[in-house]
Design a protein around this ligand. Structure first.
Ligand code: A5P
Length: 206
């Protein structure tokens, strides 16, 4: 089966798990987009829910598909969030953020009473670090933040757009894609978050 087809099926299965009157968190990325399409179809068929989105792209897609959207600043919790992942280890720890929506995704995951993560086999990894760890960094003093990351043993590169400009998240922050191969995820998590300019890095645990 093609990978897109698998993502589509994952999105369809997750949409079936949404119950009436839920506040639903919409993740970001290609897999989450399939979920949004299937959820929209259920709404067209009469399911009544309200949603919040973890990125401008997901917000626009949901709006286009007429999913009722809420201002997240009016909420203290979300019933169910459905999102994708980039790398997941056997202990169900995962890295997210390849699409750059990590900070909002992590805040929404923390607000959510339940979360479904849609994972196809390409995301499974024996140990985290086969892919880069995205770290969302405040642009203020970013050179110093990079220096402190390097002092703690995290080398990496600033994410760029296709045109070579600095990639900025929906929050106006930069992303430092760090190499964490062979490092302990929990220790890395604590070390990175101890640096003031690092807003969020993404070891989620599911
Ligand atoms: C967005 O920042 C990411 O965390 C995505 O949720 C993750 O990259 C999965 O994306 P795909 O479904 O496109 O692989």
């Amino acid at each position: 089966m093609l990978q897109e087809e698998i993502k589509d099926r994952l999105g369809a299965a997750a949409a079936q798990l949404v119950s009436p009157n839920m506040i639903v968190g919409l993740g970001s990325g290609t897999t989450a987009s399939f979920f949004i399409h299937h959820l929209a179809q259920r709404c067209l068929n009469g399911l009544s829910i309200q949603a919040v989105a973890s990125s401008v792209d997901s917000f626009k897609l949901a709006q286009e598909k007429h999913i009722p959207l809420l201002d997240i600043n009016t909420l203290i919790s979300i019933d169910l969030t459905v999102d994708g992942a980039d790398e997941v280890d056997p202990q169900k720890r995962m890295i997210k953020g390849a699409g750059g929506a990590l900070l909002r995704e992590k805040i929404m995951a923390y607000m959510s009473l339940d979360m479904i993560v849609l994972i196809d086999s390409s995301k499974l990894s024996p140990s985290l670090g086969q892919k880069k760890l995205p770290i969302e960094i405040l642009p203020f003093a970013m050179k110093a933040t990079e220096h402190h990351l390097q002092l703690q043993g995290f080398s990496g590169t600033w994410r760029k757009t296709k045109n070579g400009a600095l990639f900025l998240t929906d929050n106006g922050n930069a992303i430092f894609d760090a190499d964490i191969a062979g490092k302990d995820p929990e220790k890395s998590h604590r070390a990175i978050l101890s640096i003031p300019g690092s807003l969020k890095q993404v070891f989620f645990s599911i």
